[in-house]
Design a binder for this molecule. Structure first.
Ligand code: AQP
Length: 337
């Protein structure tokens, strides 16, 4: 890999769930621990403003997501961890990139269609222009750090493709400057809902569809126990619900156990209670330490505040240098700091 900078972000729209963790954040930690990359991770609070929100909740959720990322394994001594709105260069670059992004490309983004449809059904529906231009801000997030790699789940692949188009158009118009970022996927790029395994695990479907990374053991076990599995006859294919549980088991580092169940099922057995128990045990084992770490971090608000400031300063140092060059290339006057 020639470009060693990795960037990714997460919205502070509520609790971190297993889909976020296994689809993205677990990879962030692995990348950080490999020591081979400049890893930059961000709580993208500006993106969370594209759907109706409450300012006090956004403030609280942003700090909580920052804490949760540290509890999940991000280390501010090894990665740059920061909050997007504390680095104003993100919005400045978004404007410039918006001017090299085709309107037609934005109209084809499926996330906009899905989210605006969700809103249309509601009373006083308001669909913001921010929701429409969201992928431009996402391109700015990535390109501001000239990142070559973006560890995200499958649902973000279309946006990444657009980020590449935007980088290409900027380079074509103003001179080669931005790398074209590529997706780095985990082995679980799309974790499915436990209650409806034809849909991706997502908060907006409601609490029975997802498991929070810091959820209480009792609730984790209850949700896994009631997960939808197929009731297929011997010899038929394993259904998506059971496959999803097997994937979860593998994601928790229990590949051997998953393989043993697969062998059983290949021989025609269809007993899902032991599989569910193994998944619940693996999740409780994995998340127990994180829950404890979270309590410790949350108990020292002063340190959290300091880490947020320091993370933003480190990110800004890179962002300022990029913007200096972008302004020059795009024909804008020098900017006094
Ligand atoms: N189910 C999933 N499987 C794999 N990866 C997933 N991601 C999200 N859901 C899954 C990945 O998590 C990262 C953060 O995405 P986000 O900021 O869009 O997170 P979110 O808003 O919390 O995701 P939700 O639950 O899907 O939110 P709603 O329901 O509000 O839209 C990304 O890398 C994403 O791919």
């Amino acid at each position: 890999m020639s470009n060693q900078t990795v960037f990714s972000g997460i919205q502070p729209t509520g609790e971190l769930h297993l889909g976020n963790y296994f689809g993205a954040v677990a990879n962030w930690v692995r990348i950080q621990e490999s020591g081979c990359y400049q890893a930059i991770y961000c709580v993208v609070d500006l993106h969370a403003m594209t759907m109706p929100y409450n300012p006090n909740e956004l403030r609280k959720n942003t700090q909580q997501m920052f804490i949760d990322l540290l509890a999940a394994g991000l280390d501010p001594d090894k990665s740059i961890v920061f909050v997007q709105s504390m680095v104003p260069e993100h919005t400045e670059l978004a404007w410039i990139l918006g001017c090299v992004c085709a309107y037609g490309d934005l109209t084809r983004q499926t996330q906009f269609k899905d989210k605006s449809e969700q809103l249309e059904g509601k009373q006083d529906a308001f669909i913001s222009a921010g929701l429409f231009t969201y992928p431009v801000l996402q391109a700015a997030d990535i390109l501001l750090y000239r990142a070559g790699w973006v560890p995200v789940g499958k649902d973000q692949e279309q946006h990444l493709e657009l980020s590449r188009d935007i980088a290409r158009r900027f380079n074509g118009q103003f001179g080669e400057y931005f790398p074209e970022p590529a997706v780095l996927s985990t082995e679980t790029p799309k974790l499915l809902s436990l209650a409806d395994p034809l849909k991706k695990m997502s908060k907006s479907l409601g609490p029975k569809h997802y498991i929070g990374l810091f959820e209480e053991e009792k609730s984790v076990r209850a949700k896994v126990r009631s997960a939808v599995t197929d009731t297929g006859e011997a010899g038929t294919e394993i259904g998506p619900g059971a496959l999803n549980l097997l994937g979860l088991l593998r994601a928790c580092g229990k590949a051997d156990t998953a393989q043993a169940f697969e062998r059983e099922y290949a021989n025609g057995a269809r007993r899902y209670a032991p599989l569910k128990e193994a998944v619940a045990d693996a999740l409780v084992e994995l998340t127990g330490a994180m829950r404890q770490r979270r309590e410790g971090i949350a108990g020292d608000r002063e340190r959290v505040h300091k880490l947020m400031q320091e993370g933003a300063e480190k990110a800004r140092a890179i962002a300022r240098a990029t913007m200096k060059e972008v302004r020059r290339l795009a024909g804008l006057p020098k900017h006094q700091e």
